[in-house]
Ligand binder design. Structure first.
Ligand code: E4P
Length: 217
């Protein structure tokens, strides 16, 4: 399972990379706005930090505008993937871009049929937003399960990025379902490494060692 870092923060991306947890990065307009830095240089810097795909999202709502933005964004670096919203115009843009060999990450996906359409349009990635579904008392992981089934039924090559991940349980469930990728906030990546028994066990080892260290070294 690949981990993408769900952030536009360069420090977080560097730290995740040092941990071996940055197979790619996903940004969105909200995450980029939070950094208060010019968009293109920021994306360019991120593309140099990680080797894997870096998703940058278009702002246009018409297919032609999306395509124009995408063609401009892919000039930044070879590892750019274009985030396109799941709309009719987005599907048109995805078809055009995928035929040109440009990778599309179809975002804001909330139903299995939207995911089916994304795959048929040629998206390289589909991003079901599990946390936002959970927020409105829908089962986000059920959506991922249905997309996995549909993609297996028809052998689609589109990779599933479990997005809007809010806590470690989302990552566990995504892994158990065999999702290709989870895009995870850095805070949650760090949470994944934590276990109270690890902390207690480490403290005990160090305390026991300290009691006799002067005799053993
Ligand atoms: C990633 O592709 C999404 O933009 C991100 O996971 C959304 O997360 P949020 O629902 O916590 O904003």
């Amino acid at each position: 399972m690949k981990f993408f870092v769900d952030t536009a923060n360069v420090d977080e991306i560097k730290q995740a990379k040092e941990m071996g947890m940055a197979d790619g990065v996903t940004t969105n307009p909200t995450l980029v706005a939070r950094e208060k830095r010019p968009f293109r240089p920021l994306i360019e810097e991120i593309c140099h930090i990680v080797e894997g795909p870096v998703s940058a999202e278009v702002i246009s709502q018409e297919a032609q505008g999306m395509v124009k933005e995408a063609e401009d964004l892919v000039k930044i670096a070879p590892n750019i993937a274009i985030k396109i919203p799941m709309t009719v115009e987005g599907l048109k843009a995805t078809k055009i871009l995928s035929e040109k060999g440009i990778r599309v990450n179809m975002t804001l996906v909330f139903s299995p049929l939207q995911a089916l359409l994304a795959a048929k349009a040629g998206a390289s990635f589909v991003s079901p937003f599990v946390g936002r579904l959970d927020d409105i008392a829908h089962d986000g992981m059920k959506l991922v399960e249905q997309i996995v089934t549909i993609y297996e039924n028809y052998d689609f090559a589109t990779e599933i990025i479990v997005a809007s991940v809010r806590h470690p349980l989302h990552v566990l469930q995504a892994a158990l379902l065999g999702a290709d990728i989870a895009t995870i906030p850095f805070k949650v990546i760090k949470q994944l490494a934590k276990h109270p028994l690890t902390d207690i066990g480490l403290k005990r080892f160090l305390d026991d060692w300290q009691k006799v260290a002067d005799k053993l070294l």
